[in-house]
Design a protein around this ligand. Structure first.
Ligand SMILES: [Zn+2]
Ligand SMILES: [Zn+2]
Length: 152
């Protein structure tokens, strides 16, 4: 039993490897949350990519290992929803780690980019938000729900 419980965890890490994030593998398949892509301008600036690839999880389903206390946060006040979004990142390498919204403080939006070496295990996003801020040449994912702005 102990070996199967060990393999039921998924461990991701930032670029420098000092911050690790541990989630249960089954969390990836939680349809009520589901992986999503956010195409908003702020996510692009914060992550340096075309979108953020995230998963909303209750705080108690996530273990953040940061033995050198490198994690820092940026208070993103300039959000479309006007709700403060705390963006946590590694101060050594700059990787985004997770976000936390002031209106749902017990939910973390884990950046699935931390698990980029596990491409055969990461789920296809079930929704894409802020599609109106996608690049004109980007294609939407078939089968995902598409929202011009936030899904709420
Ligand atoms: Zn790092
Ligand atoms: Zn966003």
């Amino acid at each position: 039993m102990s070996s199967s419980s060990a393999s039921s965890e998924l461990i991701g890490h930032c670029l420098c490897g000092e911050i690790k994030v541990k989630i249960e593998r089954e969390s990836l398949n939680d349809i009520s949350n589901g992986a999503y892509l956010c195409h908003c301008e702020n996510c692009k600036r914060a992550g340096g990519g075309l979108c953020s690839y995230g998963l909303r999880l209750p705080e108690d389903k996530v273990v953040v290992l940061d033995s050198k206390s490198l994690i820092k946060k940026y208070d993103d006040k300039n959000t479309k929803s006007k709700n403060l979004l705390e963006r946590y990142f590694c101060s050594q390498c700059g990787s985004p780690i997770y976000g936390k919204r002031s209106n749902s403080p017990n939910i973390l939006t884990i950046k699935l980019s931390l698990f980029s070496d596990k491409i055969d295990q990461l789920p296809c996003p079930i929704k894409q938000i802020f599609c109106k801020e996608m690049m004109k040449w980007e294609k939407k994912i078939d089968g995902a729900k598409h929202y011009d702005e936030s899904a709420e």
